[in-house]
Ligand binder design. Structure first.
Ligand SMILES: NC(=O)c1ccc[n+]([C@@H]2O[C@H](COP(=O)([O-])OP(=O)(O)OC[C@H]3O[C@@H](n4cnc5c(N)ncnc54)[C@H](OP(=O)(O)O)[C@@H]3O)[C@@H](O)[C@H]2O)c1
Length: 361
């Protein structure tokens, strides 16, 4: 039976086009296959990767049609195909919808997805947050939690109470998830974070043991001081970079344990900081030096992480939220109509947590 609704989406066309809204008619009765479900989106969060992808969207490469923004979402299942097993109409869900220049993003009223192909989807756990409703909170974690979870687990690490982790970019949303997984679930003994001086208090409350400033003297020397004064000069088992930093490579043997001790350097950004207002693809590609790091004669274990959508992290994130071990960080919430302000806020590179767009109440 046909059931026509209006479906608004925030889209871009190419690297030069500003984000804009298109509205198309969608027939909810016929728009999904037997393996798909339809989610009525309540909230969706922005991610810097969308700026990067749009910056590289030359029409000759990606075509002229509209491309959807964003990946994180929360909402309610309104249609379920006959072959979908684990979800039913009325379920409240959140997840990560992975796409590359797809017409569908998550800044829209209705999202059609096949859960066997988009496995990072879970039922929403009630949060009881004092400020934000469950949809806003649950739109704020899948991508950053998944990235942090994979950085801590996917390379054969065995991190625990005796381990030492250095986080470059302690205030980013990815690191916000990482510190909560590290401390509340994995019970990692020592986590040192690098952030601006004004963010010390914010990050201390999240569980960082020690903090080093990147805007007060030499970052590397500040970290070495902490190692000397507080860690008995012991080196790190994991250095995690969520900013784009290359300062530690020159003295890697002073800060990272030997590779035979299963130590790792994991970056989610490459060596250069992404300029959110003017992203350039070459800043996030591995340079010659980083290619040498992954070659057979590497002196240390280096990984440039690209998030893989997996059911595991969606399940664990949802469990941690239910058990109050993980509280996703929300920086700000904007109404659908104010999407331009939301983009500007993320571009400021000052957000502490996710910038969320509320699509419906
Ligand atoms: N590879 C992947 O699969 C993947 C997945 C997710 C994200 N990422 C990338 O990870 C990066 C972080 O994303 P996000 O959404 O977590 O970022 P975000 O939340 O937008 O990060 C903003 C924070 O960065 C901090 N910051 C700014 N300049 C800094 C610097 N020079 N050194 C240290 N901290 C600095 C600021 O806090 P202060 O007050 O401390 O300055 C600010 O609060 C982005 O480049 C994103 O594209 C990659």
């Amino acid at each position: 039976m046909s059931q026509k609704v209006a479906n608004r989406s925030i889209v871009f066309y190419n690297s030069q086009s500003p984000p804009s809204v298109i509205t198309e008619e969608l027939d909810l009765g016929n728009c999904f296959s037997p393996s798909e479900l339809v989610v009525k989106i309540h909230a969706a969060a922005l991610n810097p990767v969308d700026f990067l992808l749009q910056g590289f969207a030359y029409s000759w490469l990606v075509g002229k049609g509209p491309k959807g923004f964003s990946r994180d979402y929360s909402g309610e299942v309104v249609k379920v195909g006959a072959n979908v097993k684990d979800f039913k109409v009325g379920d409240k869900v959140s997840g990560l919808f992975q796409h590359l220049y797809g017409k569908q993003g998550t800044l829209c009223d209705y999202l059609i997805l096949d859960p066997s192909k988009q496995p990072a989807i879970s039922k929403i756990s009630p949060v009881g947050h004092p400020e934000y409703d469950d949809y806003v909170i649950n739109a704020s974690w899948a991508l950053v939690f998944g990235t942090a979870y994979q950085a801590l687990h996917n390379y054969g690490q065995n991190l625990g109470p005796d381990s030492k982790v250095l986080v470059i970019g302690a205030s980013t949303s990815v690191s916000n998830a990482l510190i909560q997984i590290a401390k509340n679930r994995m019970k990692i003994g020592t986590v040192v974070g690098i952030c601006s001086k004004k963010s010390f208090e914010y990050n201390k409350k999240l569980g960082y043991d020690y903090l080093a400033a990147y805007d007060d003297g030499s970052t590397v020397e500040n970290v070495k001081q902490i190692m000397k004064n507080n860690m008995g000069n012991e080196k790190f088992d994991l250095i995690f970079d969520s900013v784009g930093n290359s300062e530690f490579f020159e003295c890697i043997n002073d800060v990272l344990k030997d590779k035979c001790q299963n130590s790792h350097y994991v970056s989610v950004t490459g060596d250069k900081k992404l300029n959110y207002s003017n992203p350039r693809i070459r800043d996030s590609l591995p340079g010659w030096e980083s290619i040498r790091r992954i070659g057979p004669f590497r002196k240390y274990n280096y990984k440039l992480l690209l998030l893989k959508p997996e059911a595991t992290f969606a399940k664990i994130g949802s469990e941690m939220i239910a058990q109050k071990q993980f509280v996703p960080a929300v920086d700000s919430v904007y109404a659908f109509e104010d999407y331009s302000k939301a983009f500007e806020r993320l571009k400021s590179n000052k957000a502490k947590g996710k910038v969320v767009i509320q699509i419906s109440q």
